[in-house]
Design a protein around this ligand. Sequence first.
Ligand code: PGA
Ligand code: ZN
Length: 423
Amino acid sequence: MNTEISDVRAMEILDSRGNPTVRVFVELADGTRAVSSVPSGASTGENEAVELRDGDKSRYLGLGVLKAVDNVNKNIAPAIKGIDASDQWRLDAHLRELDGTENKGNLGANAILGVSMAVARASAQSFGIPLYRYLGGSNARRLPVPSMNILNGGAHADNSVDIQEFMAVPVGAPNFREGLRYISETFHHLKKILKEKGLATSVGDEGGFAPNLPSNDAAMDLIMDAIEAAGYTPGEDIAFSLDSAASSFSTDLTSKYDLKKSGAGKMDSAGLVALGEKWVKKYPIVSWEDPLAENDWAGFTDFTARLGDKIDVIGDDLFVTNTKYIKRGIKEKAANSVLIKLNQIGTVSESIDAVRLCRDAGWRYMISHRSGETEDTFIADFAVAMDGGQLKTGSASRSERIAKYNRLMEIEQELGEGAQYYW
Ligand code: PGA
Ligand code: ZN
């Protein structure tokens, strides 16, 4: 075993939307080879690390990533050859230094994260241990509770629903495999119900349905029906998780909102918080991501004060997996949970730092895919390494989503009796 990095190469591949993204190959001195592919968001937070795109309109409508690929091949590769791949923190610090900006805008977070993930995977392989154990230690054995995105609205769908994602959470399942079965069956029953009602059953980027529904309530009523049709009890076996992605219906990214799609109309933060309280009473909601816009810190604090003892209030665009913003959130009690997306911050060790900060504050966290994904299953292992928590990785359709679920079932099987699962 020799974990010195001996070769690093990148290439341009396509993500699940058919847009270019970065794939990185790493080789160690002992011959170990590993590969990783970087995901890409659509409803991105304004403070996310920079995803470097070529902007050359003659290729992929300007979305090419040849510059990021070049940065890996010409700048990063020569600078990290000889570094010990098992020293993840030092590698990531070196990558940050090489970039020299706070938002990784120089080399690109897509270039940097590809290298960071591939190096972690190569090192795990060289040690002969699975990635989740390499990153999480010998006692990493808790599976995450999945939040399955089964119905879409907001910017992700052409309907009268403001909320971007409605997710089913198997809170009452005995293990991951059974939990996945609960929510997959709910997804299939939802399809049946939609068909019977003459509604569309085509799926969006994350694999959820996006039928033409009249309101947010109608979407949640349908999910209640699907849970019951599948033979489960809402709230007991399966609960709801929502992602409002509220920046998308905020008119100034702070406190003014216009729920145009449903026709609920204009309201301020207080109005939106009151609506949230009403829905939490009416539906079995256990977690709610970005209920307010990304700069509406006061609104988040108000929402958390009213609902934080009942549900997980998760910041996605608010925190962008960045400890700087999470620290502010802890101070201002702006949430009680954080969405963790590795490409929002750009390295494996900074993502781990974000999770650690959550744990120290008694907060929870949800590891997340992006709406543009690849077949890379890194986040499945990452979730187990981070001691479970929760995970959102799309619906029971589209192979780039299923790949992560399948990897988690594999991990659970490998852990055998040691595997843990609880809400
Ligand atoms: P994104 O969407 O990957 O397009 O940012 C997912 C989310 O908002 O959580
Ligand atoms: Zn989100």
